[in-house]
Structures are given as C-alpha cells and as structure tokens.
Design a protein around this ligand. Structure first.
Ligand SMILES: Nc1ncnc2c1ncn2[C@@H]1O[C@H](COP(=O)(O)OP(=O)(O)OP(=O)(O)O)[C@@H](O)[C@H]1O
Ligand SMILES: [Mg+2]
Length: 264
C-alpha cells in the first residue's frame, strides 16, 4: 500500500467558527491538493460560506489553516490573498461600468496611498500580462475590452473566477460561482474549472447544482448544521444515507437496502 506523503495545498484542521450561540463551523478538517477540484456542499445555512470566510480571513476562527504547508491563520485577508489563497463571493457581481480587464485589475490593486497617488497622476499600471493570463486560464482570450453586459452569463461567471486567479493563485475557493447558469452553460463552466485545476491550482467548489458538483469534483465534503457529515468520491457521496437525509430532510435513520433515493 502506498502512503500519500504529499503536502496538500490547503489543509484545515479542527477549524471552528462561532457566531454567538451558533457553531457555524464545528471542527472542520479538510484538504485540497494541487490540481484537485474538491466540492463543499450542504443545505442552506450549513456553513459553507462561513468556511470560505474563515479560510480567507474574513471571519474569526479557531483551529489550523495551512497553505502549502505554511500556517496562515494569523495573517490578514490581503496577506493570504497575496500568498495565493483567493476566493469569489457568493453573488459576487462584476462592475458593469468597467471593462473585463479593469474588473480584474481592481481585484489585484493594493489599497493604499501609493495606488491612490498613481491613480491620481494617471500612472497606475494594471499588470496586463497577469490579467491576460488569468483570462486565458478560464478560456476567455477575446473579451478583455468588453463590458460585462456584453457577455453571456456563463462568460460573466468565468470572469468572476478569473478575477480570483489573477496573480499567482494557488488555491481558489469558489462560493456558488455557477449560480443561475443553465445546464449547457453549467457544463461548459465545469470544463473550464477542470482546465484551471489542470494548471496545478487547487479548487474548492461550493454549489447547489448537484449534477455540476458530482460530475466535476474529484472528492466532496458535505456540511450540515456546521458539521462535516460525509467525505468521499462523487459516487460515495451520491449514495451516502446521511447526505440523502440531510438533503431530503428525511428521518435520521439509515435507509433500507432497497431505498432508491439518490442525489441527481
Ligand atoms: N456574520 C454572521 N453573523 C451571525 N451568524 C452568521 C453570520 N454568517 C452566517 N451566520 C450563520 O451561520 C450559519 C451558516 O451560514 P452560511 O452562510 O455559512 O451557510 P451556507 O452554507 O453558505 O448557506 P447558503 O447555501 O444559503 O449560502 C447560519 O446559521 C447563518 O445564519
Ligand atoms: Mg453560502
């Protein structure tokens, strides 16, 4: 039997988040490897966005967060982003009055007095090559000067992902990036995610579209009421009685062998 000694790109150990009396994340241990697409699913309010907030530093948490073997839990969000940990926001809209390139440039511009002065003097130089590389990663080479309203919804969603890939991202956490896409667009989106992962990026994908996550993910984790209730391959998750119960709100008992409920 071979032992996997490789260091995952992202590893959380015993990550917990408390909001008052609510334990929104309870002792979450999860890893994402290079070139992996890992799903994080669960019903509304399960704690998926909270997990992304905690990992990227936007909410306080306890427990360990390692990025490529280095501890980052003490680092502020902008430092984690600089170190290669990027996210998208649930319902994260693009700026409609900016071009695609400008939307991506905004994402990497460092806040502060230098940027302000450079902007004022008209000497701000968005890193065009980095931006072009991110657009290439999502298969959008010809939209740099367009505005979001000129793009299809599927393309807009991919620009949203590109925005998180600008500038040497190692792990990207995508919070419902495909929401609102139809079946065809969603399938194309999944293909592009695979291409991104194939470049070595680790992808954590949150989505309610079961056919997308079960089709595109290498492994999945399932949250329910802040707790990890299952982990496994798409096939294992599809047939896991706890997962089926969490999604269908069924009785908290194992299904009988002839129970044919599955996630589609
Ligand atoms: N800033 C906050 N303050 C207090 N409670 C919060 C906060 N953010 C989230 N919660 C609570 O934490 C729990 C987890 O919420 P979270 O948004 O992480 O769920 P989710 O799995 O992303 O749900 P959805 O699928 O609807 O996006 C919920 O009970 C929610 O009400
Ligand atoms: Mg959420």
């Amino acid at each position: 039997m071979s032992v996997d000694v490789s260091v995952p790109l992202l590893q959380t150990t015993g990550l917990s988040v408390r909001y008052g009396g609510v334990v929104a994340n309870d002792d979450i241990t999860l890893r994402v490897g290079a070139s992996e697409i890992v799903g994080l699913i669960g019903p509304n309010g399960a704690g998926k966005t909270t997990f992304v907030d905690a990992v990227t530093g936007f909410t306080r948490s306890t427990g360990g967060i390692l990025l490529d073997g280095e501890t980052v839990e003490q680092h502020p969000p902008h430092r984690r982003r600089h170190e290669g940990l990027a996210r998208t926001w649930q319902a994260g809209e693009l700026f409609s009055d900016l071009t695609v390139t400008q939307n991506l440039a905004v994402a990497v511009q460092r806040p502060g007095i230098r940027t302000l002065i450079a902007d004022t003097l008209g000497r701000s130089t968005p890193p065009h090559e980095t931006i072009a590389a991110a657009l290439t990663m999502v298969g959008l080479d010809n939209v740099a000067d367009r505005r979001p309203t000129e793009l299809s919804l599927g393309q807009q969603k991919l620009v949203g992902v590109a925005r998180a890939l600008v500038g040497g991202t190692q792990v990207v956490l995508l919070d419902e990036p495909a929401a609102g896409l139809d079946t065809h667009e969603s399938r194309h989106f999944g293909t592009e995610l695979r291409r991104i992962a194939d470049t070595g990026v680790g992808v954590l994908l949150i989505d309610h579209d079961m056919s997308l996550v079960l089709e595109v993910c290498d492994r999945l984790y399932v949250l329910d009421f802040g707790q990890m209730i299952a982990e496994g391959t798409p096939e294992e998750i599809r047939n896991d009685p706890r997962v089926i119960a969490a999604y269908l709100g069924g009785p908290d008992v194992p299904p009988t062998p002839d129970d044919e409920r599955t996630l589609s």
